[in-house]
Ligand binder design. Structure first.
Ligand code: UT7
Length: 344
């Protein structure tokens, strides 16, 4: 039987600080009723002083390694999905690798909110070819740093978080079964940060015009998201000889409850087939799907032997989906109390 990448460890980290819709109503012209009815979000986590992209990723990774019974020295490759690095150089993956005490190669995948599924698929290729045995796949975003807290159309949507999984080889049928990765760069300016890159480097005018913050054309992204979510779920299940109906649970990108409800209606699936935690965290970009996956496992919503469909969309504009069969090691509950020490 062919080798697949099985999820054998999982962990998450969210900052302690909670920013509620009522808190945001004190900061911009908005209110809880508007945010709840248009997005489903009630609160999100925002970094405190002790949180950096690296520290959040390390905390999630240590739990994931503990569940898998590995130490940092056992990791062969780290793939980090991230668009909010500690510094523009080096990539977030190198700093996370060092802070974990790992000595393996590490790379960052920057594909916005689709990034973690891109990273999962990237990591799984190295397992399938036999090149590596233990791959750590992290989704981490400290996205609040790029939010304009005078722009009510974007600042209410996003939050900070990290989550990680360990991938290991499996020959019993569990693991990543199918995937689809997509990009439409022609739509890039619907969700972007216009300043701070090489075309429009940091300058006083970039700062004065608030071009170092995320800008979004919400309605265009909404249309893109609803189309891609349904098409991608059909494509990835079709490749596996299934339909979206055959999935035990669907873990969609947690951007907006209305987008998920739309997908459920068009696929004629009950809404409870979709795992939803966006009311607690908002849109955590590349951390969104792994954070939802970890909570779905912890809450027993996805169990050993079951099949999950994961599907993301985001800046790029990009999209990505994967069908994953859960292995025998999937069990409800968090990381063990005494995780195997992961620090060097
Ligand atoms: O990972 C990908 C991330 N992005 C997404 O998934 C975004 C997808 N898009 C969306 O989720 C929705 O488009 C939003 C939630 C961003 C906006 O919802 P909408 O139903 O598309 O609202 P809209 O942009 O059409 O705005 C409707 C009204 C406008 O006022 P007028 O022009 O009708 O007077 C906005 O100014 O709502 C106003 N508005 C707000 N009002 C109160 C926009 N943001 C707010 C706000 N509070 N926070």
């Amino acid at each position: 039987m062919s080798v697949r990448a099985e999820i054998t460890g999982w962990g998450k980290y969210v900052p302690e600080k909670i920013l509620t819709n009522h808190d945001l109503a004190q900061m911009v012209d908005t209110n809880d009723e508007w945010i709840t009815s248009r997005t489903g979000i009630k609160e999100r986590r925002i970094r405190t002083e002790k949180d950096t992209t690296t520290t959040m990723a390390v905390a999630a990774s240590q739990d994931a390694l503990g569940v898998a019974g590995l130490t940092a020295h056992d990791i062969d490759l780290i793939v980090v999905a991230n668009s909010s690095p500690d510094y523009l150089l080096p990539a977030s993956a190198n700093l996370i690798q060092h802070a974990l005490g790992a000595t393996c190669p590490a790379l960052t995948v920057a594909a916005g909110c689709s990034g973690w599924v891109y990273a999962l698929v990237t990591g799984s290729q190295f397992i399938q070819t036999g090149a590596y045995k233990n791959v750590l796949v992290i989704g981490v975003e400290l996205i609040s740093y790029a939010l304009d807290y005078t722009d009510r159309s974007t600042c209410i949507l996003f939050g900070d978080a990290a989550a990680a999984v360990v991938l290991q080889p499996n020959t019993d049928g569990a693991g990543v079964l199918t995937f689809e990765l997509g990009s439409d760069g022609g739509l890039a300016q619907n969700l972007w940060v216009p300043g701070g890159g090489t075309v429009n480097p940091v300058s006083q005018s970039v700062v004065d015009n608030r071009e170092h913050y995320i800008r979004m054309n919400g309605q265009e992204v909404f249309k893109f998201a609803t189309r891609r979510l349904t098409d991608c779920l059909k494509n990835i299940t079709g490749q596996a000889g299934m339909t979206p109906e055959s999935l035990d649970v669907i873990i969609p990108h947690q951007a907006n409850l209305r987008i998920i409800e739309y997908a459920a209606r068009s696929l004629e699936l009950p809404l409870d087939r979709f795992f939803i935690n966006l009311h607690k965290y908002g849109n955590t970009s590349a951390a969104s799907i792994p954070l939802a996956l970890v909570e779905a496992i912890e809450e027993g919503r996805v169990k050993a032997g079951q099949i999950a469909g994961m599907v993301a969309f985001g800046s790029g504009l990009s999209w990505a989906g994967a069908v994953v069969r859960m292995g025998e090691r999937i069990h409800a509950g968090g990381a063990p109390e005494l995780a195997v020490p992961a620090m060097a």
